[in-house]
Design a protein around this ligand. Sequence first.
Ligand code: SF4
Length: 160
Amino acid sequence: MRNRGSGDMDKESARVQQSAKDEGLVKDQESTKDLESAKDEESTKDEGLAKAQEKIAVLRCETVSEVCAGAGCFKAFNARRLHFANTPQDAELIGFFTCGGCSGRRVSRLVKSLQKSGLTTIHLSSCMLLVDEYPRCPHLAEIKETISKQGIKIVEGTHH
Ligand code: SF4
């Protein structure tokens, strides 16, 4: 049997060292890939947050709803006109509801319900804001406070 000479041992030791290096390199490359992929996921999440879609509901006067089907509000929204002029094109109208009658007893409950669908903004219908040609809403301030406390942005007005 032939004893391994020191030349063989050196070669073997060099081979083992090289293989350990290669393994280290592969691990380093894998962990770099993991980091990059985690960064990509994080930036996708950030973009999603930055571009959160606006979801709008119109709140209107129960009394006026007896004589108005709401066409003016929808036309203004669809055309992004008047009080919807700053509304992004990809915004969705997800709700159209009345206050429930004086003193706006339905507002808090329905805002809460719409928040489950991602509500971001309430437009107070123009009929709620009339001051001359129609009796003024005596509960406007309380209604606005209720909506603000629920963390929802308020825009005053729809179509006039
Ligand atoms: S609370 Fe205001 S918006 Fe609601 S029915 Fe009364 S007047 Fe109309």
